[in-house]
Write a protein that binds this ligand. Structure first.
Ligand code: ATP
Length: 231
């Protein structure tokens, strides 16, 4: 299923948060969205997810807007992290996956695989508030992928992570893509997008200042100019 964003605009009063973005993300590909604070990345994600209606334009996934009926096929890591601090990791994941319609035994099996992969097995029965910020972020990531979504939206997945955890997460994201997941993620850093994506859009004040295939962009502009634009 292809994700299509067609000439989308979002205004908050007189403020244009997103001002005419068009892009296509093919099934199974990984797409990077670059931009500084306030560029319009989160607003675009919320429109993809159907949480916000565009002022103009449209967003479709597989030919129709993302309805509530299909939200179990989507995973979302929001920028503002939010887990229930008093629940244990296991309770947290069981609760969130129940909302996605997943069976308890399936949750437990998949959860243990992810906890092991992220080397946080010992926290299964610890309250979320007892975990470090980095480990909380890993749990939140697990919550966005445990139900094996077909479309995965990651808002700044690497922010606040140390290099070891960043690499661990990058590998996991790459493996999910290899398994056919369509992934869109945002980042402030060109390096992350460069390592993971073939296609990207760079936003500035709601507009695309650079867009296309990364290799083509590098060939036309040179990497230094891409980095300068990103900054
Ligand atoms: P960040 O990395 O800081 O989250 P971003 O690229 O995700 O940046 P957005 O959160 O999409 O940017 O915000 C784009 C612009 O729209 C900002 O100027 C922001 O203040 C504004 N904005 C976002 N949501 C609202 C809202 N609900 N009401 C009014 N203005 C908003």
């Amino acid at each position: 299923m292809t994700l299509v964003i067609h000439d989308v605009k979002k205004e908050f009063g007189r403020h244009k948060a997103v001002d005419g973005i068009t892009l296509t993300v093919e099934k199974g590909s990984m797409f990077g969205m670059l931009g500084a604070n306030g560029a319009g990345k989160t607003t675009t994600f919320r429109m993809i997810l159907g949480l916000l209606d565009p002022t103009e334009g449209y967003v479709t996934w597989g030919g129709s807007p993302l309805s509530y009926k299909r939200t179990h096929l989507v995973g979302y890591l929001p920028e503002e992290r939010g887990l229930y601090p008093k629940l244990t990791v296991k309770e947290q994941l069981l609760y969130l996956m129940r909302l996605k319609g997943m069976k308890k035994s399936d949750v437990i099996g998949a959860m243990r695989e992810w906890l092991e992969r992220f080397r946080v097995t010992e926290y299964e029965n610890k309250k979320v508030e007892e975990l470090s910020k980095g480990n909380q972020q890993k749990i939140q990531f697990i919550a966005s992928v445990l139900h094996r979504p077909e479309l995965l939206i990651l808002d700044e997945p690497f922010s606040g992570l140390d290099p070891v955890n960043t690499d661990m997460l990058k590998e996991a994201i790459q493996d999910l893509q290899k398994m056919g997941t369509t992934i869109v993620f945002s980042s402030h850093q060109m390096r992350n997008v460069e390592e993971l994506c073939e296609d990207l859009i760079m936003l500035k004040r709601g507009r695309a200042v650079l867009q296309g295939n990364l290799r083509d962009i590098k060939r036309s502009y040179g990497m230094k100019n891409v980095i300068i634009q990103a900054g």
